[in-house]
Design a protein around this ligand. Structure first.
Ligand code: IFM
Length: 709
């Protein structure tokens, strides 16, 4: 069995932002970036809070980072030693993702000898308000040592500052800083309590933005001096209370509970792959991230596109959740999937408001959804690299497919869990209003017998304001059909008139057919665009950060697309098409796809599994599973920083493993497994939930067994 350990054994300053993402720990309530204890906002340090938003001035609204209670550094004989300022002799940063433990060990050479700092920390999975840290100092010479540890209220923000007021204090046993946000007066409090295993002189220093303990002691050579900190984060918006008193809980007991909770989670979510350690490692690393950001214990919360790795994409919820992430939760801890859907049900008013804003009916969900369904996306969502001016983009107003993704996610949930109760808890209304929204988009030309949808942005965002995007039209039809099906199943007088309208919409919406060569044109006129390679388009960039789409982006007049669009549609509606058609489209679109979004690769992989194209399936799966393990993902859209973790890619990797390679499907509530493993995989083992039952799936070569547990 391989170890689930990620480590870096040299210090590389350039990796600080990336390490912040890949070494992340989290528990759904917050995410703690994989930065080091001495880091401050300059090094993108963050305890990123789930679902707490603020607007500072006119800037974009985004999630809030809590005061950082891990802030710690060391002084030896009066001199501070810290990264990245002081070059170390050796440095190791590790994430044990089996147990959710982050650790580091750094050795510095001082004038008198070597000093070593070790630290282990975790975001408690058993008591989600808590963070624990054990920080250890040692030296190979006698010295005057000082550990400075406290709470740093001067937090990293992209569009901040969000705390208009910081209240701090100490009763010595517990120090605290409370930040108050400007827009809604939300309080975010960090408290810490520290225990020592040695004698020292301790004092507390309450600064303007920090509260720090100074622990001063004489260090003997080769002796380890450890402090143990238990910190607590709370907000005025909390759904659940902290458990226990941080002055009483010990590091060891909290660690034991935390590890036991991770063991419980892994027991149901681990996937074993026989014959391919690299794939098994990457896939379970993806699953680790999905577990770090799952809103457990929380009510009506969803997951941001960059998880809990920071404020990128405004900490907002995208279609990523229902299209790419929800499958994993549906099949491991369905109550999490329900929480995600509850968020959409509870933000229906926001979606109604947005539809109205555009003169449309029903529910038009936010492209970048924040609390209450507030649309976080602006009309100028990319900054032009040349003019440095905000560019008019149409993500906000034209990416109509978001509402359909939510209905699609809901139906995946209902079909796999049999939880029809959710329909009475607001979901049926949500579906109906989404169908009314799509109905209000339909256009009929005088000379055409069918309905069209014009002026849209499909999943491939590089081509804006196109007509009859194949994906969007098919998704609209799916929503009409779903609404009809539900109305028929749950008849109610109020829906009588709607039935005819939905039937008409579903039967008459234009669904593009494959052309003579078997290819489905992505939108009206797509085939007339310049047919040129991705590399050629890339070579036309003047600046590497330039945005490829929009009004005059390098891809806009070409057939080069950002991400799976027709291919996404085919993999979602695979029963509508022959294997030959799917294969032809895969071959056509893949070379024309930049895969500029981390959402792309898994869709190509999945369709490749369905068409038995092993050449694409495996590398695209690995691309998805390794999205956060490999350096060099897209970090800029124009001048907007878009780095962070990629939970949609992680979820996509899970979908490919379970539904593509293992070939899991359901037939009338029965779980079926028809494996189609990559060449080097000898077998797979995993558990999966279906219709409220837990199954063990064991695949050896081409044979599979599914056992109810
Ligand atoms: O939702 C995606 C979109 O499809 C492509 N750009 C990034 C978004 C967030 O992941």
């Amino acid at each position: 069995m391989i170890d689930f350990i990620l480590s870096e054994n040299v210090f590389n300053k350039d990796n600080i932002p990336w390490n912040g993402n890949r070494f992340l720990i989290g528990n759904g309530y917050f995410g703690i970036r994989g930065t080091l204890e001495e880091y401050t906002k300059e090094n993108m340090c963050a305890v990123n809070m789930a679902g707490i938003y603020d607007r500072a001035g006119d800037a974009w609204r985004e999630t809030v980072n809590a005061p950082n209670p891990l802030y710690t550094y060391v002084k030896v004989n009066g001199k501070k030693y810290a990264l990245p300022e002081n070059e170390p002799v050796s440095h190791e940063q590790t994430l044990d993702f089996e147990n959710g433990l982050h650790s580091r060990k750094t050795v510095w050479q001082t004038e008198n000898g070597k000093i070593t700092v070790k630290c282990e920390r975790f975001a408690s999975m058993s008591r989600r308000h808590l963070i624990a840290m054990r920080y250890t100092f040692s030296s190979d010479f006698e010295c005057d040592a000082e550990i400075i540890t406290g709470i740093d209220g001067d937090v990293w923000d992209i569009n901040g500052p969000h705390f208009v007021k910081l209240n701090s204090g100490s009763d010595y046993a517990v120090n605290y800083i409370t930040g108050i946000t400007g827009e809604k007066n939300i309080s975010v409090t960090a408290r810490d309590s520290v225990k020592l295993n040695f004698d020292a002189e301790c004092s507390v220093d309450i600064g303007e933005k920090t509260v720090c303990r100074h622990i001063v002691f004489k260090a003997e050579p080769q002796k380890e001096y450890s402090i143990e900190k238990i910190a607590e984060i709370t907000t005025s918006e909390d759904d659940f209370e902290p458990k226990g008193d941080i002055t009483e809980i010990t590091y060891q007991e909290l660690k034991a509970e935390h590890i036991a909770e991770w063991a419980r989670i892994w027991d149901i979510s681990k996937i074993t792959i026989d014959g391919d350690d690299e794939a098994m490692y990457a896939l379970n690393y993806s699953i680790y991230h999905l577990n770090c950001i799952a809103p457990r214990e929380m009510k009506s919360k969803s997951i941001a596109a960059r998880g809990l790795s920071g404020q990128v994409y405004k900490g907002a919820v995208f279609w990523d959740t229902e299209m790419f992430m929800i499958d994993y939760y549906i099949h491991t801890e369905p109550e999490i999937a329900k929480t995600l859907l509850q968020y959409r049900i509870d933000t229906l008013n926001g979606a109604r408001k947005k539809a109205k804003e555009y003169g449309l009916k029903g529910a038009y969900y936010a492209w970048e959804s924040q609390e209450g369904g507030y649309e976080g996306c602006s009309d100028y969502n990319v900054t032009d690299v040349f003019t440095k001016r905000p560019m008019r983009t149409h993500f906000r107003d034209k990416q109509y497919h978001v509402s359909a993704a939510i209905v699609y996610g809901l139906m995946k949930y209902i079909n796999a869990t049999g939880d029809y109760d959710i329909l009475n808890e607001g979901a049926i209304e949500m579906v109906i209003e989404c169908s009314e929204f799509y109905r209000s988009l339909l256009i009929k030309k005088a000379d055409k017998p069918y309905y069209e949808i014009h002026d849209v942005v499909g999943p491939d965002e590089y081509h804006e304001r196109v007509n009859n995007n194949a994906y969007t039209n098919r998704m609209a039809k799916f929503v009409f059909d779903t609404a009809l099906e539900l109305i028929e199943k749950y008849p109610s007088d109020q829906y009588d008139g709607l039935k005819t309208m939905l039937k008409d919409s579903s039967e008459n919406i234009f669904i593009r057919k494959p052309n003579d060569s078997g290819i489905i044109e992505q939108f009206d006129g797509y085939f007339k665009l310049e047919d040129v390679s991705v590399d050629e388009v890339r070579s036309r960039l003047i600046d590497p950060k330039e945005y490829w789409g929009g009004a005059y982006g390098v891809a806009a007049d070409t057939q080069v697309i950002k991400q799976a669009d027709v291919v996404a549609m085919l993999s979602m509606f695979k029963d509508d098409y022959t294997s030959e058609i799917m294969a032809k489209n895969l071959e056509y679109y893949e070379p024309r796809t930049e895969h500029g979004s981390s959402l792309s690769a898994c869709m190509y992989s999945l369709l490749s599994c369905y068409t038995k194209n092993t050449e694409i399936a495996y590398p695209m799966f690995m691309k998805s599973a390794k999205a956060d393990l490999v350096k060099g993902g897209k970090e800029w859209a124009g001048l907007v920083y878009i780095g962070g973790t990629h939970p949609a890619a992680a979820g996509g990797a899970w979908i490919v493993a379970a539904k593509g390679f293992a070939g899991i499907t359901e037939d009338d509530g029965k779980l079926i497994c028809k494996p189609n493993l990559p060449e080097k995989w000898n077998g797979m083992n995993f558990k999966i939930m279906c219709q409220n039952k837990l199954y063990a799936v064991q695949i050896i070569g081409g044979n599979a067994s599914v056992t109810e547990l």
